[in-house]
Ligand binder design. Structure first.
Ligand code: SF4
Length: 423
C-alpha cells in the first residue's frame, strides 16, 4: 500500500479529506488521464482502456488505487480495478444476464428466485466498478441510486408476499447510499412482520473502508437481525483500514461473511486462498462462498476451470479449521441458483454400511444403525414441517410420493406429455 501523499495527484489532500468517504467517492478515478497519474500505462493500454470506457464505466476509489502496484500489470488489485481490452472480446457462451435475475424480477430491481428470500438492488452505484462484475449490465449504468418509485414498488411486493422472510439488499453497492436513505429502506423492511432477517451485500469494507463510520454502524444496529456479506478476493486487500471497518461492523453485532469470486491471475491458487481465509477469520469474517466466475460477457479472461475451485476446497477441507472453509458454488447459468460443488468424500455404500474418505485419503466404514425408523410423518412438533408446505425439487422424491422428476425440455417428456408421472 502506497502512502497517498507520495502520489502527485493527491499530495495536497488532507488526512481528513482522505478519510472522508464522500470525498473518496467524488474523487474516484474515472478517466484514463487520471489513471495514468497513478499507475504506469503505455499508449496501447491507454487506448484499449479508452475503448472499454466507451461501453463500461470505470471508477476506482483513491484508497483502493493506493493498493495497486503501479508497475506490475499482474498486480491482483490492479487486475480487479483497471479495465483491460480483453473485456471487449465476445464469446459464443457469453450472456448479458447469466443468472436470469431480470427474468425472475416481479418489480424493477427485485429478484424473487428462491422460495423465501429476495434480492433487492437498491442502487447501481458502486464505490469501485470491479472488472469481473457479474452484474455489469446494471452496475454503473447511471451511477445513481434506484428511483424512489422502484424502491416503493419492491417494498410493496415484499409486504404483500408473505413467504419472503429474508431480504438481501445489494446493488451496485448499497453502502454508497447516504445513511438516511439506507435507513429509510431498512426501517420500512423491518416494519414488515414476515421479514425475519435482512442482509446487506457490500464491497465497501474492501474498496472504501472509510465508509464504515461509527454513525453508520450505530444506525445499522437498530435493524437487527442484520447480516453483512462482503467481497474480499485476495489477502492483498486486507489492510489496517479494512480491518478497522470489519471490526466496527462486528462490534455493532453484525455477523460478517465473505463471498469471493474465483479469478484467474488473482486468487486461483491454493496458497493465496488459504492465506485469504485465514486473514478473514482474523477479521472475524466467516468465509462463506467461493463463486465460480459467471458466463457474463466480457469477463472470460477471469474464468478458471471448475476443477480449480474443487482443488482449492480439497486443499482446505481438513487441512485447516472448518470455519475457514467456504462453500464453492456455481451460480447456475439460466437462473438455477447456487449449486454447491466440491470433492467427493463418500466412496461407496451398501444398505447397511457407508464408506467414506477424509482429506488424507484415509478411508473408513460407518455402519448404519440396525433399527432406525424415520420419525418424519409421525411427529407434529415442527410448525413449518415440509409436509404442510409445497415440496420443491428432490424433496418430492424423498417425501412427496413421486418416483421420478423429469426435465421440462426432454424429448421423452414431449412424447409422453399426456402421461401421469406421479406414483
Ligand atoms: S461492488 Fe459488486 S456490484 Fe459493484 S462492481 Fe463490484 S462486484 Fe459489481
Amino acid at each position: 500500500m502506497r502512502n497517498y501523499r507520495e502520489i502527485e495527484l493527491w499530495k495536497d489532500v488532507t488526512e481528513k479529506q482522505w478519510r472522508d468517504w464522500h470525498w473518496q467517492i467524488r474523487n474516484r478515478i474515472t478517466d484514463v488521464a487520471t489513471l495514468r497519474q497513478v499507475v504506469e500505462l503505455d499508449d496501447a493500454e491507454a487506448d484499449q482502456i479508452g475503448k472499454v470506457l466507451g461501453t463500461l464505466r470505470m471508477a476506482i476509489s483513491p484508497y483502493y488505487a493506493t493498493l495497486m502496484d503501479p508497475a506490475d500489470r499482474g498486480c491482483p488489485i490492479r487486475l480487479q480495478a483497471v479495465p483491460s481490452g480483453l473485456e471487449l472480446a465476445q464469446h459464443e457462451e457469453d450472456m448479458r444476464d447469466p443468472l436470469h435475475e431480470d427474468g425472475d424480477s416481479p418489480t424493477p430491481g427485485l429478484t424473487h428466485r428462491y422460495p423465501d428470500r429476495v434480492l433487492f438492488l437498491v442502487t447501481d452505484q458502486c464505490t469501485m466498478y470491479c472488472r469481473h462484475c457479474t452484474r455489469r449490465r446494471l452496475a454503473g449504468v447511471t451511477d445513481q441510486p434506484r428511483p424512489a418509485s422502484d424502491i416503493d414498488a419492491a417494498i410493496e411486493y415484499i409486504r404483500s408476499t408473505t413467504d419472503v422472510r429474508d431480504v438481501l439488499i445489494s446493488g451496485g453497492d448499497p453502502l454508497t447510499l447516504a445513511d438516511a436513505v439506507l435507513e429509510d429502506i431498512l426501517k420500512r423492511l423491518r416494519a414488515i412482520e414476515h421479514v425475519e432477517i435482512i442482509r446487506i451485500g457490500t464491497r465497501t469494507p474492501v474498496v472504501l473502508p472509510y465508509r464504515i463510520t461509527e454513525s453508520l454502524c450505530e444506525m445499522l444496529q437498530r435493524y437487527h437481525p442484520l447480516y453483512v456479506n462482503t467481497h474480499f478476493n485476495t489477502p492483498a486487500e486486507v489492510t489496517s483500514e479494512s480491518r478497522q471497518a470489519c471490526d466496527r461492523l462486528s462490534r455493532a453485532g453484525i455477523p460478517l461473511g465473505n463471498q469471493s469470486v474465483l479469478l484467474h491471475g488473482i486468487n486461483d491458487c491454493v496458497e493465496v486462498m488459504r492465506a485469504l481465509v485465514h486473514e478473514l477469520l482474523k477479521l472475524r469474517v466467516r468465509p462463506y462462498y467461493i463463486y465460480q466466475c459467471d458466463l457474463t460477457a466480457g469477463i472470460e479472461h477471469f474464468r478458471t476451470s471448475i476443477g480449480k475451485g474443487i482443488e482449492i476446497i480439497e486443499c482446505l477441507r481438513g487441512h485447516t479449521s472448518g470455519l475457514a472453509v467456504p462453500t464453492f458454488v456455481i451460480d447456475a447459468p439460466g437462473g438455477g441458483g447456487k449449486i454447491p460443488v466440491g470433492p467427493q468424500y463418500l466412496i461407496s455404500r451398501s444398505s447397511t454400511q457407508t464408506i467414506l474418505r477424509n482429506y488424507e485419503g484415509y478411508s473408513c466404514v460407518y455402519t448404519e444403525p440396525r433399527e432406525y425408523r424415520d420419525p418424519c410423518g409421525t411427529c407434529s412438533k415442527i410448525k413449518s414441517c415440509s409436509r404442510s408446505r409445497p415440496l420443491i425439487g428432490l424433496e418430492k422424491l424423498f417425501r412427496g410420493g413421486f418416483v421420478s422428476l423429469h426435465a421440462r425440455h426432454a424429448a421423452r417428456d414431449e412424447r409422453r406429455r399426456d402421461r401421469e408421472w406421479h406414483a
